[in-house]
Design a protein around this ligand. Sequence first.
Ligand code: MSP
Length: 662
Amino acid sequence: MAETFYVTTPIYYVNAKPHLGHAYTTMVADSITRFKRQRGVDAFFLTGTDEHGINIERAAAARERPVKEHVDEIVEEFKSAFAPLGIEYDRWVRTTDSFHEEGVQTLWRQLSERGHIYKGHYEGWFCGYCNEFKEVEEGEDDPLCPIHERPLDRVAEESYFFRLSAFQEPLLELYRARPDFVRPGARLNEVVSFVSGGLKDLSVSRASVKWGIPVPGDPNHTIYVWMDALMNYITGLGWGNDQFADFDRYWPALHLVGKDILRFHAVYWPAFLMGAGVELPYRVHAHGMWLSGGRKMSKTTGNVIDLNVLRKHFSADMIRYFVLREMAFGQDGDFTYEALIDRVNADLADGLGNLASRTLTMVRNYFEGRPPRNFAEEASGAALVREAVEQARARFDEEFDALNFSRALEALWSALARVDKFITDNQPWKLAKDPSARAQLESVIATAYEGLRLMVLLAAPAMPATTREIWNQMGLRGEPLGINPRETSWGGPLDVSEIGRISPAFPKLDKEKIMADIEKEKSAEEKSLPVEESAPAPATPKAEEAVAPQKAETISIEDFAKVELRAATVLEAERVPKADRLLRLVIDVGEAEPRQILAGIAEYYAPETVVGRKIIVVANLAPRKLRGLESNGMLLAASVGEEGRPVLATFTEDVPNGARLK
Ligand code: MSP
């Protein structure tokens, strides 16, 4: 049986729009899942949404919407923000799913039967944003949450309690016996010192909150949101419900969490599980925060990095590479667009992209497109390059497995620089002119091609789309994520005949232009109504009109059948001189030759961000000329907001070019 692996992200509160902070953990979980699968491990990746509690009830009330309708909407926003980032989870748990509710109630019953829950009275202060009771100094009348700086709610009501105090010793014993249960080590120390300071019993029900899972046998109470939410990690595998049967196969989990919610995962969660007699997680790994302008990025602070802005200027793989490379997993990282652009230009455009283009161009020019496989190491430094790549491969796997993504990528990129320098040092363009240097030339190009091949395989979990593109350009069959790098060796047999069409995988970004555009967008956004985390603005009739579909006359199915909609991939994109709105695209519609189309999206999409994208086109539109250029089709995009911002239509699954939509 294959080794198994189970990774989870926190489940996200549905009271605010998704931002980079949420997408970050999810991209990390996606990359590690792909990494494991590529190495033959049977991996499972769970994510989802945390939908109960007073805050969500309030957010819906402020919008005058039924709570379920409100949460359904935000869940869709999360899903549609994650999909274009190449995030492919195995299951999405919503705490409003009935299987989850069933599982949570099962846990409650077990804890209750085992004597870990009792009824009492609670008086104290509660923060709806943290979903946590807060200690407040005697005599404070209007205390604020120290994290959110917002007023706390006074709660005085009947409540059920979980005997957390009884778990102090078992928890300390757990941290002693399994020091890797919490990572990194510094975080473990914080947890140990918190638990050593003494644990009070935890209030685990609320009589005044209606939007939650009812306490079994006492429906006037709802179950505390964190007890409800943490359970997703096992209900999502089928524990306590009949919906799924994956618990025995995948549990225990690696939980990826932000350091701000470590205590819930490293203290309460194992205590609940111990109480119910369920096996504990494998590990809780806490990562740092993305800061923006020196402060934690959060909607409350108003400094979030909007995923729409990011996606508009940067491809998914650029973003994925940047977050993995830039933030030492575990420490805080500062996000700036400038740093992102610099990284993309240095590491991707001038680094990986350039190495791929120059290597493949030489295969095309000097070897008629057939990669040479001469590993006799005739060229000077060839043996050293092979060694450097082999060392980087070992180091990469070790670091990535230990969740040190930044170091793993650093190791890979330093080998990449070695290969690049090796090409330059050997001056293949000179060797190509000298027939007696043929073996040397073969050795240079074979070494560069081989180094590139092995490095592309390793980079694939982080950058699934562009590595696949480079792989295809290299003329290699299959797809990199389907090939186990540990079973691939230098100079091993290859399934390749000729290289494909060469095009830059990462065009260089124009820093000044992008920064100016982002500034413009920011000021436009500031003028529009912000969506508040606490109380989203009520939907005004105007806003509703803007999204309501326009009424149109009906058409027959025959009318619709006349429109030939097909899937296509953008191969090239460039601005049309003197036309601010137009991009000229060369697209592959699965026909013998690529086609040219013109699209009025230049104000919203930089050319480099659309290259490689899967789009939908009207393929049988009569050709027409714009600015002297012929357009042979039209791409589909949603028209959003009052200004009609185009958002390209695409697929969330692989679709071959030319596939018809009907
Ligand atoms: N719903 C709870 C988690 C329940 S898990 C059983 C929650 N939700 S959250 O939406 O507020 O946060 C989810 C995750 O996003 C947390 O891990 C949090 O650390 C992370 N981040 C939120 N802002 C972040 C940054 N600025 N940077 C990195 N991660 C951040 O807490």
